[in-house]
Design a protein around this ligand. Structure first.
Ligand SMILES: NC(=O)c1ccc[n+]([C@@H]2O[C@H](COP(=O)([O-])OP(=O)(O)OC[C@H]3O[C@@H](n4cnc5c(N)ncnc54)[C@H](O)[C@@H]3O)[C@@H](O)[C@H]2O)c1
Ligand SMILES: [Zn+2]
Length: 432
């Protein structure tokens, strides 16, 4: 596999996006076709300097000093997220769970592993022997959206303090997206901020939640309404852990991978199209390739736009209606990825109705999404209720609903001010 580095040159968020590629033997995906996402964006997007995609440097220059180690391997890729304040590696590597200690910041004091009982029972034994037992405390979090609340963060912070936590402590988030969101937020607020090492164990958390620095918890009034941007010290992705993931959770994560393909990577789309059987059967080579592709895309987008300006917004493809469907069914009928699956079907139909996408490409996108189904039924949802919910979504700015609509497979635009009647029609036609 190739080694990909995504680096923003000096100057922070508005500077050119540069991708450094080392030349390893096995091909993952070429970056060339991914240049489209930035340039396709509507009005005033932070620019990706697509010509910089050609930059290639020797992989030997990629080692870093300082608080985080970055050990370079020639068989699996590492991506670097660089924001105005920080830079960190996101490594995709089978067996990296056995190397967690190499990524603990050098000056770390006590280590607090935030995890759930199930994940710890299944995979804790890979991590435990590497870390000095006197330095490590395992904090169990009950898991589930209902527990992703401030009160639980306070309990965890109390436990950190009782366990000798101080400003030198490091939090390790080891679990699905709920755990990485909670652990990240805990790290963001404990003693006004300590480092967090993220080790995501669901596909959704590996390709999405753990990369990008968004952390937070739910309020009674809605999901993720209290939180902070807190970039991790490193993200360690071990595809091996997916072997124990329930099949439904795996497919839910695949919808976020499909999302990445539709917004920015036609080659990934084609792979998901032609190799669906292998992807669904957890073929190791395919899994490594699509996780790497999705992580690269997330790293690129976050590096260019940490705080959800126009570029980061493309990651919300399928989420506008998806969030409304999750809320409408009180977060119990759909897993997040499944709601995104429905949301992408609807956004694709809307793109066809709004004439940003040809019917042929729309049909191809819809076929791919359905290939990874079945999605839980949404037939009894009222399109009018969903349209009404769109206006109250957290991402709605000053009453304007933004839609991320494909313009081709691998490219999207962000549009606002779409006629609600058209949105209603896309919802009604897709859900019936
Ligand atoms: N911060 C972000 O940018 C971001 C992005 C997307 C989603 N999220 C958040 O992620 C959360 C959803 O995450 P999720 O889908 O990972 O759900 P989850 O964290 O609830 O994990 C799903 C289930 O799988 C179990 N599990 C985890 N790893 C396992 C493994 N390897 N084997 C067996 N079981 C395992 C978990 O204990 C849990 O029961 C939501 O709260 C969402 O808001 C955050
Ligand atoms: Zn999502």
């Amino acid at each position: 596999m190739q080694l990909h580095f995504v680096v923003i040159a000096e100057g922070g968020r508005n500077s050119a996006l540069r991708i450094f590629r080392g030349g390893f033997a096995k091909t993952v995906f070429s970056n060339d076709q991914n240049a489209a996402g930035g340039s396709e964006l509507d009005g005033g997007a932070k620019t990706c300097n697509t010509s910089a995609y050609d930059d290639v440097i020797s992989a030997n220059t990629l080692e870093r000093d300082g608080d985080t180690h970055m050990v370079q391997r020639d068989h699996m890729p590492t991506f670097e997220v660089q924001t105005a304040q920080t830079a960190y590696p996101t490594a995709v590597e089978r067996g990296i769970l056995q190397r967690v200690s190499e990524f603990v910041p050098l000056k770390a004091g006590k280590l607090f592993i935030v995890t759930t009982e199930d994940v710890w029972a299944l995979h804790g034994s890979a991590i435990r022997p590497q870390l000095d037992a006197n330095r490590v405390t395992t904090l169990f979090f009950p898991g589930g959206e209902v527990n992703k609340r401030l009160a639980r963060v306070e309990e965890l912070a109390d436990q950190m303090l009782a366990g000798g936590g101080d400003r030198t402590s490091v939090v390790i988030g080891f679990g699905g997206g709920i755990v990485t969101d909670v652990a990240g937020f805990l790290a963001a607020v404990f003693m006004r901020g300590v480092p967090v090492l993220q080790i995501p164990t669901t596909l959704l958390a590996q390709v999405d939640a753990a990369v990008g620095g968004k952390t937070g918890v739910n309020l009674a009034g809605g999901k993720n309404l209290v939180g902070s941007f807190h970039q991790p010290a490193a993200v360690l992705i071990d595809p091996e852990v997916l072997a124990t993931l329930p099949e439904r959770e795996y497919r839910a994560g695949l919808y976020e991978v499909i999302k990445c393909a539709i917004i920015r990577d036609r080659a990934l789309f084609e792979m998901l199209e032609t190799q669906a059987d292998g992807v669904l059967a957890l073929d190791a080579d395919l899994v490594d390739r699509f996780i790497s592709a999705a992580v690269r895309i997330k790293s690129e987008v976050v590096s260019a736009d940490e705080r959800e300006g126009d570029l980061r917004r493309i990651l919300n493809f399928g989420h506008t209606v998806g969030h409304a469907m999750e809320a409408e069914t009180e977060y119990v009928r759909f897993l997040h990825g499944e709601a995104v699956g429905w949301g992408m079907l609807i956004a694709t139909r809307l793109a066809e109705l709004a004439a940003t996408l040809t019917s042929a490409e729309a049909a191809r996108i819809q076929r791919l999404i359905r290939r990874y189904g079945p999605l839980p039924s949404a037939a009894n949802l009222d399109p009018d209720h969903l349209v009404a919910r769109l206006a109250s979504d957290k991402k709605t700015l000053q009453g304007k609903v933004h839609f991320v609509l494909p313009t081709a497979i691998g490219a999207v635009r962000v549009l606002s001010g779409i006629d609600p009647a058209l949105v209603r029609r896309a919802i009604a036609e897709t859900l019936r």
